[in-house]
Design a protein around this ligand. Structure first.
Ligand code: SF4
Length: 341
């Protein structure tokens, strides 16, 4: 019979409880990385990264024995170490998403009490209010995808500052909280040279897959957009989005309104964002339709160079001579277009 606690830690290896268990029971890093007993944990670690990259979910494996659970649990720190050594922002974002989506898919099969308990892991103030599962509105606003109508505060019941929520929606909030946590952790950790050596062939293989994808992204034409005519500011935002870097809302806004100004269709603009590792079509479509005036009463115009500077989006050190002749990124593109050949 499989140990219930071990099964929980294998399914949710990011838990503090799981980290403590690994610290207490796991072999040394050296053993974990070379001892034949942990070969299965190492191969699952690689599989987690591969699956996250290819499928957007680190994947399910059989957890019917305590041994299965242990290998699954130990594979989590290994997968993270490998991801860090690959050192690619796109892959890191993709991996974080893969772990978070995997947790969500497990979580929606759990009892509400379990999901409520797990929310403590992320310091979320979730509880029962008047026998209804609820979350404090500031925590809700931090993680809920409020761009969708269903998630807007106005469409939610609020009792004493707590938003009533289904257990499935609470699981979705936890998905976002985990994704954010893993992203932050991966960005602050550095590669262990020993891991780099042990997994060198897998690291090289995955790096090469990521490079291929990046090349494909760069070479695939984006509708009628000529990437080489883009001004440095817009090119930087585009590169950051396609690399999976965290681009602030104002950057996304500048890019969408710029592309809209070039008369790209909504589908062509969505295609630009579809290359991001954490692309969600519905969310992107909503944002684009809002900025381009399809779903709002305002059609936003793209910011000029002055505003771009105010927003911190004009890369002063990367400006080129043409930047001195214009006052709007759109003019840059149009001049480049006219001067082609
Ligand atoms: S000067 Fe204008 S066009 Fe050039 S990089 Fe800055 S904002 Fe972009």
């Amino acid at each position: 019979m499989v140990d219930e606690i071990l099964l929980k830690l294998a399914r949710y290896p990011f838990l503090r409880e799981a980290k403590e268990y690994v610290r207490r029971e796991a072999p040394s890093i050296q053993e974990l990385l070379v001892d034949p007993i942990y070969e299965r944990a190492r191969s699952i670690g690689v599989e987690r990264v591969d699956n996250a990259f290819e499928k957007g979910d680190v994947g399910n494996r059989s957890l019917v024995t305590n041994g299965d659970c242990l290998m699954e649990l130990f594979s989590y720190p290994i997968a993270r170490m490998i991801t860090i050594c690959i050192d690619d922002s796109y892959l890191k974002r993709r991996y974080a998403l893969g772990e978070a989506v995997h947790m969500y898919r497990n979580l929606i099969r759990e009892k509400p009490s379990f999901i409520l308990d797990l929310s403590k892991e992320f310091n979320l103030d979730a509880r029962y209010i008047d026998e209804k599962l609820s979350i404090y509105f500031t925590d809700y606003l931090r993680y809920a995808p409020t761009r969708y109508r269903k998630w807007k505060m106005i469409n939610r019941e609020m009792i004493q500052g707590y938003i009533t929520i289904s257990s499935r929606d609470l699981a979705r909030i936890l998905q976002e909280a985990l994704r954010e946590r893993i992203n932050q952790e991966l960005d602050t950790m550095s590669c262990n040279e020993y891991v780099n050596q042990i997994f060198s062939s897998d690291i090289d293989r995955i790096k090469s897959k990521v490079r291929k994808l990046r090349r494909k992204i760069e070479e695939t034409p984006i509708g009628k957009l000529e990437v080489e005519y883009l001004p440095p500011c817009i090119k930087n935002i585009l590169d950051a989005i396609q690399s999976g870097e965290n681009v602030p809302h104002i950057g996304r806004f500048a890019l969408v309104s710029f592309l809209n100004g070039l008369k790209l269709s909504r589908d062509e603009i969505i295609a630009v964002f579809s290359r991001a590792p954490d692309f969600e079509e519905e969310k992107t479509r909503y944002q684009i339709e809002h900025i381009t005036g399809v779903s709002s009463s305002t059609k936003y115009t793209p910011p000029g160079c002055d505003k771009m500077r105010t927003y911190g989006l004009c890369p002063l050190e990367e400006r080129v001579d043409l930047c001195k002749e214009i006052s709007h990124p759109l003019s840059y593109y149009k001049i480049k277009w006219k001067r082609r050949k």
